[in-house]
Design a protein around this ligand. Sequence first.
Ligand code: IPE
Ligand code: IPE
Ligand code: MG
Length: 262
Amino acid sequence: MEDRLKDFVAPGSEEEALLHHLDFSRLPLHIAIIMDGNGRWAEKRNLPRIEGHKAGSRAVKEAVESCFRLGIKYLTLYAFSKENWRRPASEVNMLWELLYDYLRKEDKELVKNKIKLKVIGQREGIPPKVCQELARVEALTRDFESMVVLLALNYGGRTEIVEAVKKIIKENKLKPDQIDENTFSQYLYTAGIPDPDLLIRTSGELRVSNFLLWQIAYAEIWITPDYWPDFSRRHLLQALIDYQKRERRFGAVRHPSAQSLP
Ligand code: IPE
Ligand code: IPE
Ligand code: MG
């Protein structure tokens, strides 16, 4: 583990100070990120939106590496929502091209670090050559366990829930009273994966945009005004430290003695 953190932060940097504040025994098991703001990042620089997506793709690479080095077990990245089809075809096509390039290049890094890639969302609609690459990299990394990266593609939280209901009805194996929260969650795309503990959104938007609606029921939310292409180790460390300061009560009282406080 120490090995993984070698040269992670520069001596004397703000990141180094943040790293000292991190409690490695209380890291979130699962981080989910709504990677937002690529377009605005580009617009601010008078660049075409696609340049923002390219820079965003570099930030993905860095975020995966940073989470791996810190020992985060599950990372879910919202890369393309079902609603994103509403964008101009030229932007949509370029986004798929960028993903294709990412998969062609990053497969080696995933293998080197024994990271499993899993796609969540609907395959139908994704360009066939991208589907092929996704299937290839998923197969290549399927037995890896050091970390799982879930890529949410053509993903919609409501669709995921509707699909789970359909599957339960079609299978016709469960009686109504056998369906509880645990059995239901086994029909979601994320079956077997713990719910996110921490949900990060960049670009300051205060909404969940149809992301993991079921799974984020009790996630802690951390939002930065910075755009996704600028998301760096410093942001990640800050999010983790803020997360560790939160008290997760899950509906209970602060701690048993709090009941007797005035
Ligand atoms: C996030 O950045 C990337 C995707 C949704 C694919 P945006 O493209 O949404 O950037 P903004 O929100 O327009 O700035
Ligand atoms: C959410 O961002 C989807 C992804 C990050 C892939 P959007 O930019 O599409 O969300 P809205 O439109 O601001 O809700
Ligand atoms: Mg956006």
